[in-house]
Design a protein. Structure first.
Length: 264
């Protein structure tokens, strides 16, 4: 297992949930951190917490939906750090709305954050990794990127796209010493359902029952860090809900019966 001490690690979506848990856990590993999200005040609080464990932790407020600014953010970070060893693409937004009630603008908004923003940031950082002759890209997908799920049409589509892009990217980078790990979490106890976008663009503001009983973000973060150290190509993280990935693959008729019963 490769140590992460002094490695320069950039985490998006670092202001809460899995991203926040990763920041604290990686700080305890002695990693040098770059934390990004839209909420600067929250990032500053997490930065303060991280600096108890690591001497280097900077913030770079970033909105993945603002494609015109992403290259500038990367340039700013590289000027401060010189290089990036690991990029953890954790930023994203979920959805809770029926397809027929959701305007196409909402679908585009979700795709812009979850897919295009993530892809653009990754592409902007790749030249740095090529120059240094090494790197590791982590894409936080979802089990919804493995199969369709009610009330999450655009979200599931965006995560399917993430899966396809980063699987293809991994194949392209095989000879370049740049690793790609795809993480597919199931139900993790975060605010993702509270912040999920509804048909009118407002937050869902409700905690899903499955989310409330999910794995803690701290445990999830430990499993992600383990996967990074082992340079795993892919990892499923969660409790019994990850069985749906295998049911979908091997027992499709049962999958269809089960998925139609999902209410949130």
């Amino acid at each position: 297992m490769k140590a992460l001490k002094n490695k320069k690690i950039w985490i998006t979506g670092a202001s809460s949930g899995i991203g926040q848990a990763l920041a604290i856990a990686l700080a305890c590993e002695g990693a040098h951190l770059i934390l990004s999200a839209r909420n600067k005040a929250k990032l500053e609080k997490i930065q303060e917490d991280c600096r108890r464990y690591t001497p280097f932790c900077i913030i770079e407020p970033l909105d993945l939906s603002k494609s015109e600014n992403i290259d500038d953010h990367v340039d700013n970070v590289i000027k401060q750090t010189g290089s990036i060893d690991v990029l953890i693409n954790n930023g994203g937004v979920s959805q809770r709305s029926l397809a027929m009630e959701t305007p196409i603008e909402i679908d585009r908004r979700i795709m812009e954050v979850n897919f295009f923003g993530t892809v653009q940031l990754t592409k902007a950082i790749l030249p740095c990794m090529f120059r240094q002759g090494a790197g590791h890209i982590v894409a936080i997908s979802s089990i919804s990127g493995k199969f369709g799920f009610p009330l999450r049409t655009a979200y599931s589509a965006s995560k399917h796209a993430v899966q396809g892009f980063f699987e293809s990217l991994r194949a392209e980078l095989t000879e370049d010493n740049i690793k790609v790990t795809i993480v597919s979490p199931g139900r993790i106890k975060t605010n993702i359902s509270l912040n999920a976008i509804t048909a009118n663009g407002s937050p869902h503001n409700k905690m899903d029952n499955g989310q409330a009983g999910g794995m803690s973000p701290e445990k999830c973060a430990k499993k992600i860090i383990c996967a990074i150290k082992k340079q795993r190509k892919e990892v499923l993280i969660g409790n019994k809900e990850i069985l749906m990935v295998y049911i979908h693959r091997w027992l499709p008729a049962l999958y269809h019966r089960l998925v139609t019963k999902v209410k949130n």
